[in-house]
Design a protein around this ligand. Structure first.
Ligand code: FES
Length: 158
């Protein structure tokens, strides 16, 4: 994963200002903040709310509604497993349950060593290769528990 910068309110204000003139600026602001800081820091919520003249609850609602946004820093690697319909039809839920259980985390959880965060995604457009997922943004298809272990080992070794 790209190295995230530590939280910095001034930099966050700059990012908000860079995107505020866009039509529908909320999502571009959130994406830009997450790209910079790796997650949506709690202190970003009031800054966005003030800038867009919204309540903090409204901003928080958007952050929690979209699966793209995380409210805590992620691990060194991020495994995203698809929970879309095509993937579910070939057993993605059972596969995810096994993976989460083996790692001892829930969805959005990070392993104790900080190595890996597991997140859900909803259709990556790789339905023909279901069950599918992304590891650090790289697509992988026809996943099973063995293949996931393999790609994780490769990522840890690199
Ligand atoms: S449903 Fe998983 S890639 Fe489309």
């Amino acid at each position: 994963m790209p190295e995230a910068s530590p939280w910095n309110a001034e930099r966050a204000q700059e990012i908000i200002a860079e995107h505020i003139e866009l039509e529908g600026p909320m999502l571009p602001i959130l994406h830009a903040l997450q790209e910079e800081f790796g997650h949506i820091h709690t202190d970003a919520v009031p800054l966005i709310a003030d800038a867009l003249n919204l309540s903090r609850a409204e901003v928080h609602g958007v952050v929690t509604f979209y699966h793209d946004f995380r409210d805590a820093p992620c691990g060194r690697h991020v495994l995203q497993l698809c929970r879309g319909e095509a993937c579910q039809s070939v057993g993605s839920e059972a596969l995810a349950a096994t993976v989460l259980n083996n790692l001892g985390v829930g969805w959005h959880g990070t392993t104790h060593d900080g190595d890996l965060t597991v997140e859900p995604v909803y259709c990556l457009g790789l339905c023909a290769n279901s069950p599918s997922g992304l590891l650090d943004g790289e697509p992988h298809g026809r996943l099973n528990a063995g293949k996931i272990t393999e790609i994780l080992e490769e990522a840890y070794a690199s």
